[in-house]
Design a protein around this ligand. Sequence first.
Ligand SMILES: Cc1cc2nc3c(=O)[nH]c(=O)nc-3n(C[C@H](O)[C@H](O)[C@H](O)COP(=O)(O)OP(=O)(O)OC[C@H]3O[C@@H](n4cnc5c(N)ncnc54)[C@H](O)[C@@H]3O)c2cc1C
Length: 563
Amino acid sequence: MLSMMSHDVDLIVVGSGAAGMAAALRAHDLGLRVVVLEKSEHFGGSTAMSGGVCWVPNNPNMKASDSSEEALDYLKHITGDEGDPEALEVYVRESQRMLDYLTRNSRVRFDPLDKYADYYAEAPGGKPGGRSMESRPMDGTRLGDALRTLRPPHPQSQILGKFGITAGMAHSLLTGGWRGTLLMAWCFLGYLARTFKRRVYGRDTKLFAGNALAGRLRWSLLERGVPIELGLGLEGLVEESGRIVGVEVERAGQRQVLRAARGVILAAGGFEKNAAMRAEYGPQPSSVEWTAANPFSRGDGIRAGADAGASLSLMDEAWWTPTTKVPRSDLGWVLVVEKNLPGSIFINQHGRRFCNEAGPYVDAGRALYEEHEAGAPAVPAYMVFDARFRHNYPVGPVAPGYAAPDQRTPRRLKDDFMNRSNSLSELAAKLGVPEAQLCATVNRFNEQARAGLDDDFGRGDTLSDRYYGDPRGRTNPCLAAIEKPPFYAIAVYPGDLGTKGGVQTDSSGRALRADGSVIAGLYAAGNNAASVMARTYPGAGGTIGPALTFGFLAAEAAARDDR
Ligand SMILES: Cc1cc2nc3c(=O)[nH]c(=O)nc-3n(C[C@H](O)[C@H](O)[C@H](O)COP(=O)(O)OP(=O)(O)OC[C@H]3O[C@@H](n4cnc5c(N)ncnc54)[C@H](O)[C@@H]3O)c2cc1C
């Protein structure tokens, strides 16, 4: 390990998520000697904890017809004034090249999600599905011993806390009735069949979602002999004559310098777990407990970039999503599915609805802040639902009531987490919201739910809203009356999947100063860089697609720069 440190390499990549591993892979294939530094003892970052979905327009896997022109129209429309048309055009073109390259030259494989609509599918150039693709599952034993150091998945993606499933399976499970139950039984049999391997590796060996994506990237790096140095974090950048020539790291209490002829790619993720940076840059109130992301996302790469003179932008932004806090878990739990299912609403602390809960999660998450800033306390807000919802659908870590009824649910989840109450009045008292207003809100919502039309916020009007709805027996798959006691409510926070502000780059990933000049030898990608998607989220996979693409492009730029 130390000898690695005494040898120079061509390129240092900081961080082993989607951006870092894609960069390392491409750099190696372009003939560079590359090393990846990873601060934690696990590789994969938030990428490994994610759904592993990647958004690439006009990809060859999709059934819907698409074109680069439509994709660019769409991105320009949804990013508005803040989108950079040149960078968006680069994304549309180069994401397709990145995908083609990885498919032909690596172990990375994506399968289409033909029903997963763009988040603004009705906007010009929007599509009803297929631009989002999910990582194909893999047998983790292909990684050998490295499997033990793959960051574990987010617990919320684990069925019964034990095994993962694909996004396609999750969708069928939610609304599949008996088919869902059969699918579940099949997955469980597969899990049992892996018992021996599980004992050997100390974890489940079949990788799904983000674990599969991180696993496939690592598998590709292992085959190339590209090292990932675990437990070795960037402490600072080394500059000589205006050029970044290496990094400072600390090992066993000693500062050491690792040099790289072609410079450094910063791919160390965002700053969602850094309370001071959240306080300095983000909307308030905020907490590191509301994010669902990797605990090592502490903004190290962003601060190092800024110290080297890079300009930062979009620092007040994140990939927002409503999350909840679960007893005995340090991670925020994403409510992407629950918020769309019929028979639930979000209320502020005055007992009023304030947004289309089923809208894109980036908007629903931001809506909590907007409501709060407008004067109605909404941090936390509450998701209110009834016995029918509880019976049919999962709520955070609590399985649907048909599989896990309240009698078999621990008190900390039933009472403390879900605030089970026999009446709306009792629920209002528990939450401290005005009883009359809560009842009025629920009554009005119920009238609209019965009519199948949410006149107030348009819940269920779009393809994206309906993706996680339940169409069985309903004209509007996102609407059902909240009427059957007992009633429940969980706290909802303006959480995130990661921050999206960081080092400003040009469209090949080169770090820029405030005057627009390039910092020689310094590159950034993924959540370490300011996002090409500005303040929006085009569709599922809208963060990993750019992380892979701009990691890939940064490596190409580094390979071109032979001074
Ligand atoms: C539950 C969940 C589900 C999600 N689902 C999706 C999805 O399906 N599709 C999608 O597009 N997005 C999804 N996201 C968001 C997505 O996971 C992230 O935006 C993306 O993975 C970020 O990739 P990255 O390479 O920038 O960072 P990461 O994957 O976080 O990698 C950064 C790495 O850098 C390391 N690091 C940090 N500091 C240092 C340092 N000083 N030195 C060395 N290494 C360091 C970290 O430990 C980490 O391993 C999801 C997020 C979560 C939490």
